[in-house]
Design a binder for this molecule. Structure first.
Ligand code: PDD
Length: 288
């Protein structure tokens, strides 16, 4: 069976869905996106993902082609028809095609909207049990990292640094402070306190980041949301990465040096991972 994708209001077999080479998403990376995890066909934190989609669209001055209820309908339909129970749903909206290549916006804009589902491939259990290795790099991205734009070249180059070094993620520092990972949010644990970088224009407001902080509040885990220095990050007792597709993972080495005393996943990670799974199960049970 060929997967069906949504393209500008139509459901098509993936191999029949075509976009113009003059699309600004293709030529300029002029677009925004979302990645929504789906468990047992239930989208997780859908409203929050759609709210962030709206923020990203506002940030690039592109009118949302659909109302929230319409997006919910499309996502629900896709989650229901895809061949997998657990999925990752990708949404992309670009500023659409232009007649001639021109950086300035066209007078008439017809956005391109795409939705597609892929099987959710959770990280292997070994990554959770033994932890993952990470490298660090200077955060070379632009100053609107709060927008989830499809202009991801810097993120791709930064992620490749990790992969080329046999690692999973690249932890980014800007001007001596922790920002996030190439495609994840990063948390530090020190002396039993969970430290989270402040959401600002230098990092994506992660949906999973919010869940982790909510769980910390709910379970009384001491936490601080504040600027975190590179030195503090390197001296962490525990380091975590999180995202919609990876959930929460423990980083056990950074640039080849052990994180914390053991270089193994820490006790607070184990707690948070358990809370996260419990929370997911509760949300899924409550779903209609
Ligand atoms: N990326 N920071 C960056 C730069 C990211 O690309 C992502 C996720 C996150 C985590 O955000 P969330 O918890 O909302 O998934 C933080 C997605 C998964 C991607 O690009 O595929």
């Amino acid at each position: 069976m060929t997967a069906r994708v949504f393209l500008n209001g139509r459901w098509l077999p993936a191999d029949e869905a075509r976009v113009s080479v003059m699309d600004r998403g293709f030529l300029f990376g002029d677009g925004v996106y979302e990645v929504i995890p789906v468990y047992s066909r239930q989208p997780f934190r859908l409203e929050q993902h759609l709210a962030r989609l709206q923020q990203s669209l506002d940030g690039i001055q592109l009118a949302n082609p659909y109302r929230v209820e319409q997006w919910i309908g499309f996502v629900t339909q896709l989650a229901g028809q895809a061949e997998w129970q657990d999925q990752s749903i990708y949404i992309q909206v670009t500023r659409g095609p232009m007649a001639v290549r021109n950086h300035a916006f066209p007078a008439q804009i017809t956005p391109t909207a795409v939705l597609l589902a892929e099987p959710m491939s959770p990280p292997p259990a070994s990554q959770r049990e033994q932890g993952i290795d990470a490298v660090s790099a200077a955060d070379i991205r632009w100053l609107r990292c709060d927008l989830k734009t499809t202009s991801l070249l810097a993120n791709c180059l930064l992620r490749q640094l990790a992969v080329s070094a046999g690692c999973v993620e690249t932890v980014l520092f800007r001007d001596g402070f922790l920002t996030e990972g190439s495609a994840s949010s990063i948390f530090v644990v020190k002396h039993g306190v969970l430290l989270a970088p402040i959401k600002n224009h230098l990092m994506l407001p992660g949906i999973t980041y919010d869940v982790v902080l909510e769980l910390a509040v709910q379970h009384g885990l001491p936490h601080e949301v504040r600027d975190i220095t590179e030195a503090e990050t390197r001296a962490a007792d525990e380091l975590w990465m999180c995202s919609s597709t990876k959930e929460v993972l423990p980083i056990v080495t950074l640039d080849g040096r052990r994180v914390g005393a053991g270089g193994t996943p820490g006790p607070l990670f184990a707690q948070m991972y358990g809370w996260y799974q419990e929370f997911k199960a509760t949300v899924m049970r409550a779903a209609p």
